[in-house]
Design a protein around this ligand. Structure first.
Ligand SMILES: Cc1cc2nc3c(=O)[nH]c(=O)nc-3n(C[C@H](O)[C@H](O)[C@H](O)COP(=O)(O)O)c2cc1C
Length: 178
């Protein structure tokens, strides 16, 4: 498979990056092609809700930015992995902007059939991921994607805290299981 990881943390080399890297290592060893898109490196404006892309030639967005490159990458993908830090019980804003920009008919040309979710937060709260999981489930149902699994990490606040957990191994194994 061609696997695209949309990785949402602006903190380079942080816990989300490490989690995504471990997943990518397992999946690559299994023979999949993995591309990690660190969305903070791309200039993607939030959707304006104008619906112009439903009428324009080639479904071009009125906002010309780096989402064009991300659409192309998503077009090539068979599987989508969302990797994010928990920000106020939600995904990072950078990632949410990319997801909202998929409110565009271009998504009908995607061939993505599977999804997985990698999340990191600082708290140890049992409900920490509930908001994101609800959104993830509703979205994969909407897009008719198969859920390939998840790794959720609690108690990782500072850069590298995730190394004190078993999560990197879990992410590697998830990648390898595909
Ligand atoms: C803006 C912001 C909001 C955050 N909100 C939460 C939160 O609601 N719950 C939580 O447990 N951690 C929260 N955190 C902590 C991060 O999820 C945590 O530090 C995580 O390890 C960051 O991942 P990274 O190293 O990949 O950036 C927040 C951090 C920031 C910067």
């Amino acid at each position: 498979m061609n696997i695209i990881i949309l990785s949402g943390s602006p903190r380079k080399g942080g816990n989300t990056d490490l989690l995504a890297e471990s997943f990518a290592k397992g999946a690559t060893e299994k023979g999949h092609n993995v591309e990690t898109v660190s969305v903070h490196d791309y200039k993607v404006a939030p959707c304006k809700g104008c619906n112009a892309c439903f009428r324009t030639a080639n479904n071009t967005c009125v906002q010309v930015d780096d989402m064009t490159a991300i659409y192309q990458k998503m077009k090539q993908a068979d599987m989508l992995v969302i990797a994010s830090p928990v920000y106020f019980y939600g995904l990072s804003a950078q990632l949410k902007a990319v997801i909202d920009r998929c409110h565009n008919p271009l998504r009908d040309s995607f061939n993505i059939t599977k999804a997985a979710l990698l999340l990191v937060g600082a708290a140890s709260l049992p409900e920490l991921f509930d908001g994101i999981v609800a959104q993830y489930r509703l979205c994969i149902n909407f897009f008719k994607l198969e859920d390939a699994g998840h790794v959720f990490v609690r108690g990782a606040k500072e850069k590298g805290d995730i190394k004190n957990t078993n999560a990197l191994n879990e992410a590697y194994e998830l990648g390898k299981s595909l």
